[in-house]
Design a protein around this ligand. Sequence first.
Ligand SMILES: [Zn+2]
Length: 389
Amino acid sequence: MDVAITPISAPRYALVTSRLRAARSGGWREVEHKPVWFAGDTGCDAIQAELVDGGDGSEAFLGGGGVADKVVLIARDVYVDYPDVVLTDRLLRHRPAAVLYTTRAGYQGGPPDVYYNYRTVESHPPPPSAVIDYAAALDLLRRPPRLVEYQAQYRVEAGTCAHVVATLAGSDPRAGRVVVCAHYDSVPGSPGAADDAGGVAVVLALAERLSAQARRGQPPRQTVTFVAWSGHETGVHGSSQFLGRHPEFVASCRFALNFDGIGSRLHLNQMLGCGSPEVLAAVQGRVAGCGYEWPMSIGPGGLDVINLTAVGVPWVSLGQGLTAWAHTPLDDVDSCSPGALAAPLVAAWAILEWAVEAAEIPRGYPPALAADAAEYCARFGWGPIVDED
Ligand SMILES: [Zn+2]
């Protein structure tokens, strides 16, 4: 197996200061929060402004000039929100001084993560933003403070990280390439055991099994490339860069199998896929007999394989429910189990046995799915980056 370490450029966010306080009759009180590093700085002087209820962040709440130069509180299920161009543009139009986000009642994972669009974050910095938990948000709305003060400053530095790309040559030089992948980076503050070390573990196990077969004289017909992606949690930009720089890699792709959110004890198996009905039915047919339930949804998603949709590469991603634990301290090794890892391993092997031997896996999606994927990529700024230096 040919293994390459492929460097990519990646921004590094170093927090300098973050302080959030609310002023009531008894004086200033600190509010526990998590700064959003993908947002704008407050500068050296802290922002002091009145707090306004921004509802769910929709136009009805933000319009009418009521949030300009105020600190606006927005309720969203933010812990799974990825770069959202629509919300960023709306916030920029209404010019709040700062934004506080909160999430659903009962969310136990600590302050969740918010992402802004990393591709536009420097040209159009979003308002300085922080995340607070549900109880703190409710308290601010029930007993409105006179003023809220927020100061957040961070440094953004150019850095590098690297993908690990291992290729097992196929027996048929005219056949294409099957990509088997997961991401190995995680968000600050979360161990990332199921998101996505579990996915990487499955990729490694599949690589070991296929290469052992090859050593016994039974190589796969298609070339198989195993990838551990980095630069995922900053908006899948690591795979965007790689695919943008390797058009020959993209041109040879016949099928991709991705893993994201794998191995958590409390899980719910789910497949997401993009492809022709025939390809997705072939995958479902292979998985049907494996003894585990793997219901499939069809459509785009915030996964590294989203960057293959522009050219119609069929892909399937296995996940086990990115809900309460994703991007939180709860996502640790003790929360994972070998039993949970068995389900994706068994299903993935069934899919791979088909994919690596298939005579032809047609590219392309039905028109409605292609349009849906294109809109999704445009909204979040995804797809291969072809204009990097
Ligand atoms: Zn992930």
